[in-house]
Structures are given as C-alpha cells and as structure tokens.
Design a protein around this ligand. Structure first.
Ligand SMILES: C[S@@+](CC[C@H](N)C(=O)[O-])C[C@H]1O[C@@H](n2cnc3c(N)ncnc32)[C@H](O)[C@@H]1O
Length: 354
C-alpha cells in the first residue's frame, strides 16, 4: 500500500507500561504500543497484517491507483488537499525526488502538527513541503503563492486517527463527548447543534446526508429527549437513544440498528463541518487552480460526496475545461479491501485539465 508505517512523531520517552484489564488493551489510550509505532514496529505490523488499523495511525487508500494516475514527476507543483496522517503526502514527496513543491492543507489543528513533525523527521521540511492549516475550499488563496498545480489530491472525510480517538466524538462505538468537529476550536459541537434543531431540520439532515431510512423515528426520539430537558452530550447517549428507538421496530436486526447509528453519526458530522458546501466550493474553484494538463484525483466514501464529484467533473468536461474525466469510479482492489476494510466504500474519480 506504499505507506511508510515507521512514521512516528517524537523520540520515545521511557514510560511505565499502561495497565489494562485482560490480555489485550481495549481503550484508545491503553494501546501504547500502537501509539508508538517507532518503538513497537513488529507489533504494529502484526495489527496491520490482521486487517486492522493501529490506534493513532491511518492507512492510506488506493495509493498505487492514485500515483499511477497523477504521474508526478520531479519539479512539479502539487497539492494534497487532505493531509491527514500524511501517507499520500509522503508518497507524493518521494515522486518529487526533492525537486518541485508540495502544498498540503488540513482543517484539523490536533493532527496537523503531529503529521508535520513526522514528515519533518523523515527529511521533508519547508523547503519542499508547505503545510497550511486551512479548509481546502479556499484553494484559490494558495494559488497566488504556489502558481497553478500540476496535480491535486483530495481524500475526503475523516482519518482513522480522528475516528479512533474517543475525545473527538466521531464514533458511536466508543464513549466520548459528542463533538464531531474536524476543527474542535471553532463552531458548534454536535451536542450543541442538536439543541438548536427542529424535528424537520434534523430529519432532513439524516435523509440528505446519509439516506437514513429511519430518519423520522430517530429525529423524533432525539428532539423529544431534549424537550424533556435531558442533554445528549456523549456518543453513548446518542447511540442508546437510536438503539432504543429502533428496537421497537418489528424484526429489525442488530446489524440494521448498527448501520443506522453509523449513518446518523455520519449525517451529523457532514452537517457540523459543512462538508457538502466546502466540497462544492472546492470543485468549483479547482479548474482555475490547475495548470493546463494538470491532474486531479478525488477519493470519496459515500454517495453524497461521489455524486458531487461526478457532477462537477461532467459539467466542466462538457464545457471543455477538463479534457478527460474518469468514465467510471476506480475501486480499491479486493486485496486492499481485505487488509483495510475502510477501503471498501472508496470511489476514486479523476479529471485532466484541458
Ligand atoms: C481521509 S483523511 C486523509 C488521509 C490522508 N490522505 C493520509 O494518507 O493520511 C481526511 C483528512 O482531510 C481533512 N479534511 C476534511 N475536510 C477538509 C477540508 N474541507 N479542508 C481541509 N481538510 C479537510 C480531515 O481533517 C482529515 O485529516
């Protein structure tokens, strides 16, 4: 998959072994080996071989397919719009071979400095890599400094580090504050948003952002809990409300309830972070940010994202702005899906500027 799994940020300090119940750590903070891949490389490799993502790490998706399409050559100027763990960034930097310049953006103020340090330790400092804490929707603000891009990558959504860290509140599976913000330093958390929504608004969010079939029932249960004066401030509280509501539907399976929890969290995350609006803005500005012949690849993870990418690429192709676009989305290979279940829903689309 091309990601250098030895990426780690700081020289390890000696620490007493963290105590946990049973033979394997279950909580994020107890997974001290996974959180220090430099020191425990063999343990981390075993976790990856078993098809799991170690805590605090992100396994990059469709690396070979993306590099094959982008055709990066030394001296080019590129943008990784979604830095994350820096896995794709690292592979793109290797292709540049110390010549040219790579820009990278991310809105996450927690993971961004860690990734910057990891990449600096691997020898990729500001002479070749310019990391900016900003939303990719403002791509036009980078171009005056960078010049038009020869290649652009956007790997949409959230990273495994964000999902797995219970303090970020992204997952219904682990107890944590109901936050869901990519940038927790700005805007409203999901807990605060829920208090402001009407029943119809919440139902619309669940339908439009995640095609949730039980949207009305879930929205009604959430709003009535809040009206009774109860706070929904943790991931577990929200999950339990959804579970308890859906359990009363005859013949509903545990799996269906789990999927509804997953979709509801996704729908709220998309709303909290304005994910569709910023993606639309980015897609609209992209053609002007690309050099003639410039290549863009976008990895999306659900239909709401993929529809937007497909529509925009088709629109600009018809206008003659893109000379070629992906006829169909590229999917991760079955081998990759086997070792990384998060690759299963990935769809890769590309376009080439005229
Ligand atoms: C799937 S991860 C990227 C993983 C990365 N490609 C790697 O190989 O490690 C998506 C990242 O994009 C960031 N992100 C999401 N929406 C963004 C936006 N509108 N602007 C900038 N960064 C964004 C998230 O904070 C997250 O770190």
């Amino acid at each position: 998959m091309g990601l250098d799994h030895t990426l780690d940020e700081t020289a390890p300090k000696h620490q007493r072994r963290i105590r946990y119940k049973g033979t394997h750590p279950k909580n994020f903070k107890e997974k001290y080996k996974e959180l220090q891949p430099d020191q425990y490389a063999d343990d981390v490799a075993k976790i990856i071989q078993k098809g799991n993502t170690p805590a605090g790490m992100h396994i990059s998706i469709c690396v070979n397919e993306i590099l094959e399409f982008l055709q990066i050559t030394p001296g080019q100027i590129g943008l990784d719009a979604t830095l994350g763990y820096g896995g794709h960034t690292l592979e793109m930097l290797k292709c540049l071979n110390s010549k040219g310049r790579l820009y990278a953006t991310d809105v996450d103020p927690i993971e961004l400095p860690r990734t910057r340090t990891r990449l600096e330790r691997l020898g990729y400092g500001s002479e070749i890599l310019e990391i900016k804490h900003m939303n990719f929707s403002k791509i036009d603000q980078i171009v005056p400094e960078s010049g038009p891009f020869n290649f652009v990558l956007a790997d949409l959504g959230v990273s495994s580090m964000q999902i797995d860290n219970p303090e970020r509140g992204f997952s219904f599976k682990t107890e944590g504050a109901l936050d869901l913000r990519l940038n927790p330093k700005t805007g409203d958390s999901a807990a605060s948003l829920l208090k402001q929504l009407t029943l119809d608004e919440l139902e619309t969010i669940l339908i439009e952002n995640a095609d949730e079939p039980h949207a009305r029932a879930i929205a009604r249960a959430i709003i009535s809990t809040i009206k009774k004066g109860f706070d929904i401030s943790t991931t577990t509280e929200l999950r339990n409300i959804i579970k308890d509501t859906l359990k009363s539907i005859p013949k509903i399976s545990e799996d269906e309830i789990k999927k509804s929890c997953q979709r509801s969290f996704q729908a709220l995350r998309i709303d909290i972070n304005n994910e569709f609006e910023v993606l639309d803005e980015f897609l609209e500005k992209l053609p002007d940010a690309l050099a003639p012949g410039g290549r863009v690849a976008i990895l999306s993870f659900h239909s709401g994202e993929d529809r937007r990418v497909k529509k925009s690429f088709k629109h600009f192709f018809r206008e003659g702005v893109y000379r070629e676009i992906a006829p169909d989305p590229i999917r991760a290979s079955s081998e990759e899906c086997h070792v990384n279940s998060r690759a299963r829903s990935a769809k890769l689309r590309w376009a080439i500027k005229a």
